[in-house]
Design a protein around this ligand. Structure first.
Ligand SMILES: Cc1cc2nc3c(=O)[nH]c(=O)nc-3n(C[C@H](O)[C@H](O)[C@H](O)COP(=O)(O)OP(=O)(O)OC[C@H]3O[C@@H](n4cnc5c(N)ncnc54)[C@H](O)[C@@H]3O)c2cc1C
Length: 496
C-alpha cells in the first residue's frame, strides 16, 4: 500500500535523454562490451530492506560494499534509474585525485592538523581502490604513474604557486615538483606546454570497469540491485522510510541518497550545489601514431584554465580530452546535453588541435558529456536530511568524485551503522568545510548569471588560446566564476 506522508522527497521525473536509446559514454560501453554482468530486475513489487540506496554510481556502490563488508547480515537494496554506472561514474576520466589543491582553504577553515588529516584521507583513496580490485578480482586497469598540472597559455603560468607558498608557510611538502624546460620539451614536444608541476604515484583507472566491477562486488556480497527503476519519491513514515519507484516500493529502516546531480534540486542542496557539465572527446585507437609522435612520453594531466582541460592516452591508445564547465543547468535540470553535447564537442575540437599539434590529421570520433555536482567549496559533504535523520546523503563531489566517493562510501557506511570512528570524524571535518562555505545565488539569477559568466570565461580563454586580445568586459566577468576548476581538478590527471 502506498501511503503519502507530509514529509516527502520528490525526485524529478526521470527523462534524461532525447528520443532513442540513451548514448553510452565510451568507458561504460567498453565495460558493457567486456562483461554486461548479471541482469538486474526492475523493481515492480514491495520489498523490505535494512538500507535502501538510491543511485548506482560510485557513491551508492562503495556504500553498499562497505556496509556489507562491515555487516554481511544487512539487507541492502540499490535502486538505480538507468543502469549502474550510467551517470558520472561511467563517464569520468578515471583520475583518483586528492585534496592537496585545497590546502590553503582547508588550513584556514580547519587548522593545519585537521587539514592535513583530510588531505591524507584523500591520498589513501587510491590504495583503497587498488586493494578492492585485488581483493575481489576487479580489473579496472589501475595505472600508477606521473601526472602533470600545466600551463598551456601564458596567463596560466604559476597557477600552482599559491599552493606551494601555503605549503612552505605550513612547513609541509606537497606532491608537486616544478618541471624544468627540458622535461617539458621531452614530454610535450611542440605542444604549447609552457610550465608545469609533476606528481609521481598518481593512480588512474578505467572508470567504466571500476563502476561495473563495484556492481558485481556488491551483488556478490548480497546486495539486491534494481535497475531501470527511477525513484519517484521518498516518504518518511513513522516506522520506516518508503522509497517509491514507478512500479515498486522499498520499505527501509535507513536510506542513502547517492543520486549526484539528480538530487541537486532538493531544498537541502539547491543553494549549495550547481549542476555543470564536463565534456569529453576521444580519437579511435592510434597505437602507432602514439609512439611515432612521442605521445607515449606525455603523462596524463590537466592545464590551468578555469574551464580546465584534462586528458591523456587511454590503455587502448586513444587520445582523450575533457573540458569542465561547458553547460550550465537551469535550476539543476539535467537535459540531453548532459549526455552528449555536439556543440561542446565542436568547441573542444579547437582545444584538441591546439594541445595536440602532432596529430593534425587525426579525427575525433566519439564524444560524450556528464553532469557534475559542483559545490561551493569544491568538496563533498555527507549528512542526514533535515526532515528525517534516517535519510543520509553524499553530494558535492564536483570534479573529483573518483577518490572522494571511496572515502564517501566509508563515511556513509559509518553514518548508517551509527559508528563513531575515523570515517565519521572525516565526515565531520567535511561538514565543517561545508558549513563555512557561502551559497550560490538563488534561481533564476544563478542560471542567468552563470550563463553570462561562463560565456565570458569561454571567450576569454579561447582568445588566450588563440593569441588574441581578451576583451576587458570578458576578463572582468570571468573573474566572477566561482572558485576555480583548476584547484578542483589538479589531482585528477588520469589514464582510462
Ligand atoms: C566527464 C566527467 C569527467 C570526470 N572526471 C573525473 C576525474 O577524472 N576524476 C574524478 O575524481 N572525478 C571525475 N569526475 C567526477 C566523478 O565522475 C563523480 O564525482 C562521481 O562519479 C560521482 O559519483 P556518484 O555515484 O555520486 O554519481 P553518479 O555516478 O552520477 O551516480 C548517480 C546515479 O544516480 C542515478 N539516479 C539519478 N536519479 C535517480 C532516481 N530518481 N532514482 C534512482 N536512481 C537515480 C543516476 O542514474 C546515476 O547512475 C568526472 C565527471 C564527469 C561527468
Amino acid at each position: 500500500m502506498r501511503i503519502r506522508s507530509a514529509e516527502s522527497i520528490r525526485m524529478r521525473p526521470w527523462s534524461v535523454t532525447a528520443p532513442g536509446p540513451r548514448p553510452r559514454p565510451l568507458w561504460l560501453q567498453q565495460a558493457l562490451d567486456r562483461d554486461p554482468g548479471t541482469a538486474a530486475p526492475t523493481l515492480d513489487a514491495v520489498v523490505s530492506a535494512d538500507v535502501c540506496i538510491v543511485g548506482g554510481g560510485f557513491t551508492g556502490l562503495w556504500t553498499a560494499v562497505r556496509l556489507l563488508e562491515a555487516d554481511p547480515s544487512l539487507s541492502v537494496v540499490v535502486v538505480e534509474a538507468d543502469i549502474c554506472g550510467s551517470g558520472a561514474s561511467g563517464r569520468n576520466s578515471g583520475g583518483v585525485g586528492h585534496y592537496w589543491t585545497k590546502l590553503g582553504m582547508l588550513a584556514r577553515v580547519l587548522g593545519r592538523e585537521d587539514a592535513l588529516r583530510l588531505i591524507e584521507s584523500s591520498v589513501r583513496a587510491a590504495p583503497q581502490v587498488i586493494e578492492l580490485c585485488d581483493r575481489y578480482g576487479v580489473d579496472a586497469q589501475p595505472r600508477v604513474g606521473r601526472s602533470v598540472w600545466a600551463a598551456t597559455t601564458r596567463s596560466q603560468v604559476d597557477s600552482w604557486a599559491s599552493i606551494l607558498r601555503t605549503a612552505d608557510a605550513l612547513g609541509v611538502r606537497t606532491p608537486y615538483r616544478p618541471l624544468q624546460d627540458e622535461e617539458l620539451r621531452e614530454m610535450y614536444g611542440p605542444a604549447p606546454y609552457l610550465a608545469g608541476v609533476v606528481q609521481d604515484g598518481q593512480t588512474g583507472v578505467q572508470p567504466g570497469y571500476l563502476v561495473r566491477g563495484l556492481r558485481r562486488v556488491a551483488l556478490d556480497l548480497g546486495a539486491r540491485i534494481f535497475e531501470q527503476s527511477p525513484v519517484v519519491s521518498i516518504d518518511s513514515m513513522s516506522d520506516q522510510v518508503a522509497v517509491l519507484t514507478e512500479r515498486g516500493q522499498v520499505n527501509a529502516d535507513q536510506v542513502v541518497l547517492g543520486a549526484n546531480a539528480w538530487m541537486a534540486h532538493l531544498p537541502d542542496f539547491r543553494r549549495h550545489v550547481m549542476v555543470l557539465s564536463s565534456d569529453c572527446v576521444a580519437t579511435d585507437p592510434i597505437p602507432e601514431l602514439v609512439v611515432e609522435r612521442g605521445l607515449d612520453r606525455r603523462p596524463p594531466g590537466i592545464n590551468s584554465r578555469l574551464m580546465v582541460n584534462y586528458g591523456g592516452v587511454s590503455r587502448d591508445k586513444r587520445i582523450y580530452l575533457g573540458r569542465a564547465g561547458g553547460t550550465v543547468a537551469r535550476d539543476a535540470r539535467i537535459t540531453p546535453e548532459f549526455d552528449r553535447s555536439t556543440r561542446n564537442a565542436r568547441q573542444m575540437e579547437a582545444d584538441f588541435r591546439y594541445l595536440y599539434p602532432q596529430l593534425p590529421e587525426v579525427r575525433l570520433t566519439t564524444w560524450w558529456s556528464g553532469a557534475v555536482d559542483r559545490s561551493v567549496s569544491g568538496l563533498p559533504w555527507f549528512g542526514r536530511m533535515r526532515h528525517d535523520p534516517r535519510i543520509h546523503f553524499g553530494i558535492g563531489f564536483t570534479g573529483h568524485g573518483v577518490a572522494a566517493t571511496v572515502t564517501g562510501g566509508d563515511i556513509l557506511a559509518s553514518h548508517v551503522l551509527g559508528r563513531d570512528d575515523e570515517w565519521a570524524d572525516l565526515g565531520r571535518l567535511l561538514a565543517r568545510v561545508h558549513e563555512s562555505s557561502s551559497t550560490f545565488p538563488p534561481e533564476p539569477a544563478r542560471y542567468l548569471g552563470g550563463r553570462v559568466v561562463q560565456g565570458a570565461l569561454y571567450r576569454k580563454e579561447t582568445a588566450e588560446r588563440d593569441g588574441r586580445r581578451v576583451r576587458r568586459v570578458d576578463a572582468a566577468l570571468a573573474r566572477l566564476a566561482p572558485g576555480t576548476f583548476v584547484e578542483l581538478r589538479a589531482g585528477s590527471g588520469s589514464t582510462p
